[in-house]
Design a protein around this ligand. Structure first.
Ligand code: NAD
Ligand code: GLY
Length: 362
C-alpha cells in the first residue's frame, strides 16, 4: 500500500525548509506553491526526465509563468557550458529575485540547477524535485551545488540551500535497476555511519527495496533524509561531522577516477568504498571480521560490486591524496568504530590502509 506523504524539516534557523516525501507529489500544487515565491519559475530538467515528469508539473502549476530549460543527460554535461545555457534560459524568462528554479531530475540536474540558483542575481530560490533514489536520499538535501572542472569533479560550486525538497516516490518506478542499486549504496551508508537499527532494517528489507515496494522505499528515503538533515543541521559547511557523509567516498572517488569517470556509477564506487572502509576499520581492530563480512554481504545482495578493480596500490594512494578531505597532506578517512558509528580520522595506522589497498586493489 502506498503510504501517506510525510514531511521532515531541516533545522537551519531562518533557512529551515521542508522535505516532502510521498507518491504523486509532483501533482500537488498546494504543497509546491507553499514554499515557492510568487514570481516566474524556470524548470530545469534533462532529456530523459522532462518527457516523463514535466507534464505533471506543468499541469500542477497551470496559470503560473513557467519557463523550461531541458539539458542534455549525463555527468559529462555537468559543465560550465551547460550552466551557461541555464543562465541564458533565466535571462530569456526574465527571472528576477522574486522568481525561482525548479530542479527536476537526478543529482546532475539538481547540482547544476542549484548552482545556477546560487549565483543568478546573487542568489534566487530553488526547489529540488529529485527523481533518482540517490538524489532523493542525498544530493537534493543539504545545499551542496556544483559543476565539474576538467581538473576534477564538483570543483566549482557553492552551498545554497533549497527552499523545499519534494521527493515524489512515483518517479522511482521508471528508474533503471542499475541506478536504483546505485542509490541504495548511499542508503546503506547512512545505516553504517549513524544508525545500526537502520542497518538491521535494511538487511531485512532489501528484497522489498529491490522490488520497489512503495512502503519500503518511503521508509528508506525518510530514514536516510532524517539522518542527512540531522548531520547537515549540525555542520552545514562541512567543518566537522558532515564529512561522515563521505563514508566510502575517498576509496570510491579513486575507483571512479582510475577507471575513467562513467564506467562505474558513483553509487557503485561508493558501495565498494563502504566495503574497503569496513575492511580498513577491521585491520585497525575496530570492527570484527564478521562485521566486515556483514557489510560485504549487504552490498552484494544489493547487486553492487564487492570486488575492486586492480588499479594498484600506488595509483590508489595517489588518487586518494586528491580527496577534498585532505588536510596538511594527510588523507582523512571516514572509518567505522562499530557498525552504526562512523568517525573521521587522520590519525589511523597507515599500515592498516596499505594492507587493505594491497589485498583489494593491488
Ligand atoms: P543522474 O542525475 O545522472 O541520474 C542518473 C540517470 O537516471 C540519468 O540518466 C538520469 O537522466 C536518469 N533519471 C533520473 N531520474 C529518472 C527517472 N525517474 N526515471 C528514469 N530515469 C531517470 O545521477 P544521480 O545518481 O542522480 O546523481 C549523481 C550526481 O549527483 C553526481 O554528479 C554527483 O556528484 C551528485 N551528488 C551530489 C550530492 C550533493 O550533496 N549535492 C551528493 C551526492 C551526489
Ligand atoms: N553527499 C555528502 C554531503 O552532502 O555532504
Amino acid at each position: 500500500m502506498t503510504p501517506a506523504p510525510r514531511t521532515l524539516s531541516i533545522d537551519l534557523g531562518d533557512r529551515r525548509y521542508p522535505i516532502h516525501i510521498g507518491a504523486g507529489l509532483l501533482g500537488d500544487r498546494a504543497r509546491l506553491e507553499a514554499s515557492l515565491p510568487a514570481g516566474p519559475l524556470l524548470v530545469v530538467s534533462n532529456t530523459t526526465v522532462a518527457p516523463r515528469y514535466l507534464p505533471a508539473l506543468r499541469t500542477a502549476l497551470a496559470g503560473r509563468v513557467l519557463a523550461e530549460c531541458v539539458l542534455p543527460d549525463g555527468e559529462r554535461h555537468k559543465t560550465l557550458a551547460t550552466l551557461a545555457s541555464v543562465y541564458d534560459a533565466l535571462a530569456a524568462a526574465r527571472i528576477a529575485r522574486d522568481g525561482a528554479i525548479l530542479a527536476l531530475g537526478g543529482g546532475v540536474v539538481g547540482d547544476i540547477a542549484g548552482f545556477a540558483a546560487a549565483t543568478w542575481q546573487r542568489g534566487i530560490a530553488v526547489a529540488q524535485l529529485p527523481t533518482t533514489l540517490l538524489a532523493q536520499v542525498d544530493s537534493s538535501v543539504g545545499g551542496k551545488t556544483a559543476v565539474n572542472h576538467p581538473a576534477g569533479k564538483n570543483l566549482i560550486g557553492a552551498f545554497h540551500q533549497p527552499s523545499v525538497v519534494v521527493a515524489d516516490l512515483d518517479t522511482l518506478a521508471t528508474l533503471p535497476d542499475r541506478e536504483l542499486r546505485a542509490g541504495l549504496a548511499e542508503v546503506i551508508k547512512y545505516g553504517l555511519v549513524r544508525d545500526a537499527s537502520f542497518l538491521d532494517w535494511l538487511e531485512r528489507s532489501l528484497e522489498r527495496l529491490l522490488a520497489r515496494d512503495a512502503a519500503a522505499l518511503a521508509e528508506a528515503v525518510e530514514r536516510s533524509c532524517r539522518i542527512k538533515a540531522e548531520i547537515v543541521a549540525l555542520d552545514e559547511r562541512e567543518s566537522g561531522p558532515r564529512a561522515l557523509l563521505n563514508l566510502g567516498h575517498t576509496f570510491g572517488h579513486a575507483i571512479e577516477a582510475a577507471t575513467g569517470f562513467g564506467e562505474w556509477l558513483h553509487g557503485e564506487a561508493v558501495a565498494m568504498g563502504l566495503v574497503l572502509a569496513a575492511a580498513t576499520s577491521e585491520r585497525l581492530g575496530w570492527l570484527a571480521a564478521a562485521d566486515t563480512a556483514r557489510v560485504r554481504e549487504l552490498v552484494r545482495r544489493a547487486g553492487l560490486p564487492v570486488a575492486a578493480p586492480r588499479i594498484g596500490v600506488t595509483r590508489a594512494r595517489e588518487l586518494m591524496a586528491l580527496d577534498k578531505k585532505v588536510r596538511a597532506g594527510q588523507v582523512r578517512l571516514v572509518l567505522l568504530r562499530r557498525l552504526g558509528e562512523g568517525v573521521v580520522s587522520a590519525d589511523y595506522d597507515r599500515g592498516a590502509l596499505e594492507s587493505v589497498l594491497a589485498a583489494e586493489l593491488g
